[in-house]
Design a protein around this ligand. Structure first.
Ligand code: ADP
Length: 486
């Protein structure tokens, strides 16, 4: 067992404003807990609206000079940040596992995945191209240039404490924006460690600021209401996304929203069943089911339902659950008691309405917030698992007969983030991919996230895309120049 290094050079018990580690005027503190043991890991200043305002001022002051640097200079600094993250991957992963609970190997994977966004946008920084447009008259020339939107406020969740921040900060800084970042109150230590490395990489004072505190609504109100902030980029629940979008309405502030999902995972009868089981394991049980792209509703075609259920249950029953620092553990704790209660509630509702437990089905006694990885059969539309995101290691298996029917069921949700399906026939693959109303479709795979691809949802799952060349657009304004009298 590896314990989080509190003497770690990557940790501070402070926020980061204008290049200084500070508590601001925070009167109180809050504790960060290890969800596997419920032990406190650190005590941090409980910063709020006043500190957020100071950070916004710093970001606003720093922004013109940062944007004025040649793209290559910003690129070199970001690349250095990437190198430092890779060099410190074990240390960062240990901090992440300690505060969030995911298995150490998965945490390390997340750190490298987060770093990949920094690397990608270090490269993209040099490729923010404009355009020239053939003018309708001979005396004019028409040009489009791209400029950074300005100060960006980011608010991020606990389930990917490194990656969710990196996906926003990397494109923002690459194109010349400056940032005030508010990590989730459950997982601020990873954000602090990233800022320590950002400082080492040479990111100038004020360009990247971190506010830590438990009053998300107060910090959010300042970020949304402050005129110096030109854009909010949020990842979290649809409910909070709606609040932020409303708060941004007064100033017509730009928003990028990465919200909840309710991913269908469809297995057709011509699929490779073993591959589908592996895909379901990856998509459903990664991060103990706590990702917004996790398979939430598994639809299995009638003729392969029993075979799929048996294979999946056998794999799931063999999964090892425990403290993320224990070697071989595949499922860590849920983030907190509230998260665990929601999973218990969803399973309880399904059982009361006739579902059966093939494996798992209940919490694991002890100090940490663990839920046994679960497979449910006999699941039907009237159950809560059919409508809401469970955010836990529970696979509810629905039975379907025809492609038309399963597509209708899969689309019958206000969410539209990720969907998955397994099928063999090429024609069906195309038809189903086109018919599913989702921003991302995994076809014969349970894992599709990559810094090279556009991540994002449609319907009430969000606005904007993160990653890929498209991700930079969210942080850029287009400016049209028309030159007359030529
Ligand atoms: P989750 O269910 O993942 O915790 P939330 O949407 O509740 O999702 O939280 C995501 C982030 O939003 C966290 O950083 C949290 O502190 C922050 N947050 C929660 N409520 C608000 C709010 N009213 N305004 C701004 N930020 C908020």
């Amino acid at each position: 067992t590896k314990h989080v290094p509190f003497s770690s050079p990557l940790l501070r018990d402070a926020g980061y404003i204008n290049g200084v580690w500070t508590s601001g005027d925070a009167a109180g503190t809050f504790d960060v807990l290890n969800p596997a043991t419920q032990e406190p890991l650190a005590s941090l200043p409980d910063m709020g609206a006043a500190e957020t305002r100071t950070a916004i001022d710093a970001a606003h002051t720093a922004q013109p000079a940062w944007a004025a640097r040649p793209a290559k200079e910003r690129s070199v600094i970001l690349r250095k940040w990437f190198d430092l993250m890779v060099a410190n991957a074990d240390e960062l992963a240990a901090i992440l596992t300690a505060e969030m609970g995911k298995p150490f190997a998965e945490a390390r994977g997340e750190i490298l995945y987060a770093a990949a966004y920094i690397e990608w946008y270090a490269e993209e920084a040099k490729r923010i191209y404009g355009e020239t447009i053939p003018a309708p008259s001979n005396d004019k020339r028409m040009i489009v240039i791209k400029q950074p939107v300005g100060v960006v406020g980011t608010i991020t969740p606990w389930n990917f404490p490194a990656a969710m921040i990196a996906r926003k900060i990397a494109p923002a800084l690459a194109v010349g924006c400056t940032v005030v970042s508010k990590p989730a109150e459950q997982t601020p230590l990873t954000a602090i460690a990233l800022a320590v490395l950002a400082e080492q990489a040479g990111i100038p004072a004020g360009v990247f600021n971190v506010i830590v505190g438990i009053d998300g609504p107060a910090i959010g109100r300042e970020l949304c209401g402050n005129e110096k902030v030109r854009k909010i980029s949020f990842t979290g629940s649809t409910e909070v996304g709606r609040i932020l979008m409303r708060q941004c309405a007064d100033q017509i502030k730009k928003v990028s929203l990465e919200l909840g999902g309710n991913a269908p995972f469809i297995v057709f009868d011509d699929a490779d069943l073993d591959a589908a089981v592996e895909g379901a394991i990856a998509s459903k049980y990664r991060n103990a089911g706590q990702t917004c792209v996790c398979a939430n509703r598994l639809y299995i075609q009638s003729s392969v339902y029993d075979a799929f259920a048996a294979k999946l249950a056998a794999r799931v029953a063999a999964m090892s659950v425990g403290d993320g620092f224990t070697a071989g553990v595949e499922i860590g704790p849920l983030i907190d008691e509230q998260g665990l209660a929601k999973v218990e509630d969803h399973v309880g509702d399904a059982l009361a309405k006739g579902a059966k437990v093939l494996t798992g089905g209940k919490r694991i006694d002890g100090a940490g917030t663990f839920f046994a990885p679960t497979v449910l059969t006999g699941v039907t539309r009237g159950m809560t698992v059919a409508r809401e995101e469970t955010f836990g290691p529970v696979a509810p298996l629905f039975r379907f007969e025809t492609a038309e029917d399963v597509i209708a069921q899969a689309n019958d949700t206000e969410f539209g983030l990720a969907a998955y399906f397994y099928a063999g026939d090429l024609k069906k693959v195309w038809r189903v991919a086109e018919a599913l109303e989702y921003g991302m479709i995994g076809i014969n795979t349970g894992l599709m996230s990559s810094e090279t691809a556009p991540f994002g949802g449609i319907k009430q799952s969000g606005l904007g895309r993160e990653g890929s060349r498209h991700g930079a657009d969210d942080y850029l304004e287009m400016k049209y120049l028309c030159i007359g009298g030529v």
